[in-house]
Write a protein that binds this ligand. Structure first.
Ligand code: RET
Length: 124
């Protein structure tokens, strides 16, 4: 992770407590993506906590956001052109994320309720 806008707002939206938000906000996370056809494993790695998710494109799965807000969602990931879009249906409205690559960089937009966590426009 090079930079972001509104990680804190996103964490408030998913009810992450103050102390965890302060620690999480300082992290430089790394993303490791493994692909085997339509099967993906996404690893969000940091010195504080990791988050893992595995899914098959177009197939609904039960996601437990372990180590984040520990909620259960019915999630599904699909391609929208060259963007990978996940819809996380559950207690929180309008929850999901989009991943895409532009040039050398991997981008991620996360949303929950009215909050959007995104990348700064233009140069990162
Ligand atoms: C960390 C640190 C502990 C607190 C929070 C975190 C946020 C993780 C997020 C992960 C998103 C993962 C995605 C995976 C896609 O497959 C960094 C684990 C809140 C927001 C979108």
């Amino acid at each position: 992770m090079i930079s972001n806008i509104n990680f804190d707002g996103y964490m408030v939206a998913i009810d992450i407590d103050f102390a965890t938000r302060k620690i999480a906000g300082m992290l430089k996370t790394q993303k490791v993506i493994e692909q085997d056809g339509d099967l993906f494993t996404m690893k969000t790695l940091s010195t504080f906590r990791n988050y893992y998710s595995s899914f098959k494109i177009g197939e609904e799965f039960e996601e437990v956001t372990k180590g984040l807000d520990n909620r259960k969602c019915k999630s599904m990931v699909n391609w929208d052109g060259e963007r990978m879009v996940c819809v996380q249906t559950g207690e929180k409205r309008n929850r999901g994320w989009t991943h895409w690559i532009e040039g050398e960089h991997l981008y991620l937009e996360l949303c929950c309720e009215g909050q959007v966590l995104t990348s700064p426009p233009g140069k990162i």
